[in-house]
Structure formats: structure tokens, C-alpha cells
Ligand binder design. Structure first.
Ligand SMILES: [Fe+2]
Length: 278
């Protein structure tokens, strides 16, 4: 199956306030073209990126006001696929519930919302105009992109079974640097569904309560999931965070060869990773 990352949606209390925070990481694109944005009209949203690719900040509603809709309290990923009907058929066969939306006048896309076995919300999208691998939040033509989405899973192998056998993704092998930090790359504790040969894609990790402590970080990136953004100039991001007295863990190169990583919380305590190819 072909897939790519369309966007990451992050729940925030006050989208306008959060917009200023995220501008510390990368600029807000004033000249956005409209494309995928129409799919997310049910929620108040602010898009960073272009054509609806990239980052979306959204304001969740009270759950009891929702009708035929599911929302996530955590950051979640929207994935472009080329076989949404296969996914639908496989979920039906395993009697897994999902919400399926056909294209409409206002949004010409197929959309499927489902929870994987650890109840992370996953949003699949198919573009009726066809699948284009280059159309993704990694290659938006901007100075930043989404490198990976990390999902916390209470049963990594069950989650991977879902993504490989029901969705049709391929599992890869975690590539660790020679100076690897103190964490497990046993496939029952950390697994990867790669989009590249540099650990880009979907990461699935078992929560590890000592992860932050053992690696000397103020943050624990194995808890709660996180999106990871690749920027061109991490030192300028760090300088802005320093200036605003925002706490971050500078992990350096410790988990992925060739990537300098930092971790921080946004103003709503959503875990974020920002990295730079070095
Ligand atoms: Fe990460």
C-alpha cells in the first residue's frame, strides 16, 4: 500500500494563543492554498503548512455534543492512502468499528476514522484524484516538514498487527545511532512503519516510565505520543525557546542517526519533538 503523512492535528484550548507559540518553531504560512482543509470543517482549526498538509491546531468540543464523530484528546495523525476500500473491508471483517465519509460537494475526499488497538485515533484519507507520494507534509515546499508521528501503545505488537495486516503498511527496522541513548529497540517495545531509510514514518512505542530519567531529559517522549517536526535551523528554534524561558530537553543525536532532536511541551502540555538533519 502507498501512504504518506497528510497532517498532524493537535488539540489546543485557544487556537489563536497556540498559533503564536507554534510560530516559535516555524513560520505561519500566510499564503496557503486550499485543498485538504475542507475535510476538517467540523472543528475550529488553524493550519500551518500548505494545502491542508502539515500541522493543524484544533479546538476539541465537549464530547457529549458530538454526533457521529470521534475526537482525540491527544495529537493524532491523518494519513493519505491509496486503498481506503481495502482498509474498510478488513476492518469490517474483524468487526472493528469506524466512521467512513464519502466525498461530498464541500470535501472531495474519502475519510475513515478508527481507533487502533491502543485507542489512538487514526484518520485515513483517500484523494479521488489519485495518490501522489510527493504530496505530503514532508514535501510541502516549506522549510519544515513532519518527520514522524510517535504513538504510545500498550501492546506494540497488536498495534503493528493492525497497521500491517489490516491497513497494509510494512514494518521496518529501527535504525539506531552508534551512541544510542538508554532505551529499548526490541520490536515489542519500539517498532517503526517507515516512509524512508532515515526513520521517517510512524513510530510505535511502549510507555517506559524511566525513559526521561535514564537519558537525563526533563521530558519523557515515550508517554502520550508526539509528532516530530524537522526544521532547517534547530539552533534558532532553541534560541527562541531560551528567550521565552520554555523548557526543552536537548537530546542531541541519540535515537536516530543523523538527527539532532529536542523535546518540549506546547502551552497545552502536548509533547512535541523538533529535529534537524545533521
Ligand atoms: Fe520521536
Amino acid at each position: 500500500m502507498n501512504w504518506s503523512i497528510l497532517s498532524v492535528s493537535i488539540p489546543v484550548h485557544d487556537p489563536e494563543k497556540s498559533k503564536s507559540f507554534y510560530q516559535l518553531l516555524f513560520p505561519y504560512n500566510e499564503k496557503q492554498e486550499s485543498y485538504y482543509q475542507s475535510m476538517f470543517k467540523k472543528e475550529e482549526s488553524i493550519f500551518f503548512g500548505n494545502k491542508g498538509l502539515g500541522l493543524r491546531l484544533f479546538k476539541p468540543k465537549p464530547d457529549l455534543e458530538l454526533k457521529n464523530m470521534i475526537q482525540s484528546r491527544r495529537s493524532y495523525i491523518s494519513i493519505l492512502v491509496d486503498n481506503i476500500f481495502n482498509i474498510k473491508k478488513n476492518l469490517e471483517q474483524r468487526q472493528i468499528k469506524f466512521i467512513f465519509d464519502d466525498p461530498s460537494d464541500s470535501s472531495p475526499f474519502y475519510s475513515l476514522h478508527v481507533q487502533e488497538p491502543s485507542l489512538n485515533l487514526i484518520h485515513f484519507v483517500q484523494d479521488s484524484n489519485g495518490f501522489n507520494k510527493e504530496f505530503s507534509s514532508w514535501s510541502m515546499g516549506l522549510d519544515w516538514g513532519i518527520h514522524h508521528m510517535n504513538l504510545e501503545s500498550l501492546d506494540v505488537r497488536k498495534s503493528i498487527d493492525f497497521f500491517t495486516n489490516l491497513i497494509g503498511m510494512d514494518e521496518g527496522k529501527w535504525l539506531a545511532p552508534s551512541n544510542k541513548g538508554d532505551f529499548s529497540i526490541d520490536p515489542s517495545e519500539l517498532a517503526i512503519l517507515p516512509l524512508s531509510n532515515n526513520n521517517r514514518g510512524l513510530h510505535v512505542i511502549k510507555p517506559d516510565d524511566g525513559f526521561g530519567y535514564r537519558n537525563n531529559f526533563a521530558h519523557n517522549p515515550s508517554i502520550g505520543g508526539h509528532p516530530a517536526f524537522t526544521v532547517k535551523d534547530l539552533s534558532s528554534v532553541k534560541a527562541k525557546l531560551d528567550k521565552e524561558h520554555i523548557l526543552y530537553s536537548d537530546a542531541k543525536v541519540y535515537a536516530m542517526p543523523g538527527f539532532h532532536q529536542i523535546y518540549l511541551y506546547d502551552t497545552n502540555a502536548n509533547m512535541l519533538e523538533v529535529n534537524q538533519a545533521v
